[in-house]
Write a protein that binds this ligand. Structure first.
Ligand code: HEM
Length: 455
């Protein structure tokens, strides 16, 4: 085992970053070149919880819950988001996801009330309506790409939560433009975050990105202006952003509202759509567990649409979502860069060191989850979520930058799943499979095709 260098003496070997030997270089390059998830799993299984790459120099892969807690929580102030997230700022501006420092802290405080329980409750009925409306058009016997369907539903939900009715008519067009922006972003990632020309260089990719952004800007800024002019008290997220004031009574500029709205639109639908897509896929492959879920839902709802009040009586529905996000975490990698020299797990890392934290690997640790590859929602019984060691399961991240929409997402996922499963049975077809594309999120490369059957 090769142990990385340390400037300051001996540290417990288990905490020291391990650098794979040169003789493995070819294997790793091949693995990471074809399947990043397999590559990450391999390095952690073979070399331990902290692995240092040979190139680039100070890039570390982290899969130890204690070290993850240090990075995300205990020493969070020593870190910023990594380069990939900074690249995302070209798409999202300075929204919450990519903002830093005092500006991030202020924005987080301003946005927080929009995610309080009372506010969330007002979205529940719209969430159910969106899936009910969409599934009204589905027919038993047809084969559907459920990834596309779930993207459509979650996009409608976030568009309505954000913009009320102002934009829902344009939501699809808006969604398409934002998705196009994300596609362009994913391609940039494909080229590697490190070798991107700066945004002012007029490359075709940068020009296309700017054109799409202008289009989205025009729509969002138009809605903001109308809101400010009308002075009407609306209850949607955008109105909350427009009227939010900090302790000194200062609000946000239009540009900041736009960046936050873009961020919430994007962060708020793709991840939830993925959680739902993988839940439907795993249920389709496991008729027994789908039947158990159906029985729970039928017992509680008796055929009517779910409401927020029903959710606490649907523990198996929640377990299915937890288990799907364990096996396929929509946010499969979380990146940070050290802004100062920092000690993690008793080892000193220099300023500038980058860390890739991997829910994908940690969620599949056989020491924590028995038969980790298997879909077993029952494992979440008896409040497993609270009995697990911290950062053994963290689909929403953790610490000060934990997902601000986590309760929104869980509520949405449960309501949408309960409504869909109540109406249709989901079955695999011979071509049903998932080829994973780990981009900014963990997407199914070619969607997920399932057959709907009569319930
Ligand atoms: C299943 C669905 C979701 C998953 C798995 C998820 C996952 C995450 C994760 C892992 C982070 C932390 C990233 C990091 O630390 O670098 C995050 C941050 C964030 N998420 Fe979510 N998310 C989901 C749904 C949502 C929803 C519905 C919204 C909004 C409506 C949202 C808005 C955000 C925002 C704004 C941040 C940045 C927070 C900050 O840095 O202060 N997410 N999300």
């Amino acid at each position: 085992m090769t142990v990385g260098e340390s400037a300051d003496g001996p540290v417990p070997a288990s905490w020291a970053p391990v650098r794979p030997p040169w003789r493995d270089f070819g294997t790793l390059r091949r693995l990471f070149g074809t399947d990043v998830l397999a590559g990450m799993t391999y390095i952690h299984r073979r070399y331990g919880p902290i692995v240092r790459t040979r190139l680039p120099l100070h890039l570390y892969f982290v899969a130890d819950p204690g070290c993850i807690e240090e990075i995300l929580v205990k020493k969070a102030e020593s870190f910023h988001k990594d380069r990939t997230s900074r690249l995302l700022a070209r798409v999202l501006g300075r929204g919450l996801l990519v903002n830093e420092g005092e500006s991030w802290r202020r924005q987080r405080r301003l946005l927080q009330p929009a995610f309080h329980q009372r506010q969330l409750e007002s979205y529940a009925a719209r969430m159910v309506e969106a899936i009910a409306r969409a599934s009204d058009g589905w027919r038993a016997g047809e084969v559907r790409n459920v990834h596309e369907d779930m993207m459509g539903v979650t996009m409608t939900i976030v568009a309505e939560a954000l913009f009320g009715t102002d934009l829902s008519a344009n939501a699809r067009e808006m969604g398409r433009t934002i998705s196009d922006l994300m596609e362009q972003f994913s391609r940039m990632l494909g080229l590697s975050a490190r070798f991107q020309p700066p945004p002012w260089v007029p490359t075709p990719a940068n020009r296309r990105l700017r054109a799409s952004r202008r289009k989205v800007d025009a729509v969002i800024l138009g809605v903001i202006e109308a809101r400010r002019r009308s002075g009407q008290e609306a209850t949607d997220l955008l109105s909350l952003l427009v009227s939010a004031r900090d302790e000194e009574g200062r609000g946000m500029s239009d540009a900041q509202v736009r960046d936050e709205a873009m961020t919430l639109f994007l962060a708020g639908h793709e991840t939830t759509a993925l959680a739902l897509t993988y839940a439907l896929y795993l249920l389709a492959l496991d008729p027994e567990r789908q039947a158990r879920l159906t029985a729970e839902i039928a017992g509680v709802l008796g055929g009517r649409l779910p409401t927020l009040a029903d959710l606490e009586r649907l523990p198996y529905t929640e377990a299915v979502i937890f288990e799907s996000m364990r096996i396929y975490p929509p946010a499969w990698g979380i990146g940070r860069q050290a802004m100062t020299d920092v000690e993690i797990g008793g080892w000193r890392y220099p300023r500038g060191a980058e860390f890739v934290i991997s829910p994908w690997v940690v969620h599949r640790d056989p020491r924590v989850f028995e038969d980790p590859e298997l879909f077993r929602p029952e494992r979440w019984a008896n409040d497993l979520a609270h009995r697990l060691p911290r950062f053994a399961y963290f689909p929403f991240g953790g610490g000060p930058r934990v997902c601000i929409g986590n309760r929104f997402a869980m509520m949405e996922a449960k309501l949408v799943l309960a409504t869909a499963i109540q109406r249709f049975c989901f079955e695999p077809i011979p071509e049903t499979s998932v080829s994973l594309l780990p981009s900014a999120t963990l997407r199914p490369r070619a969607g997920v095709r399932l057959r709907l059957a009569e319930r």
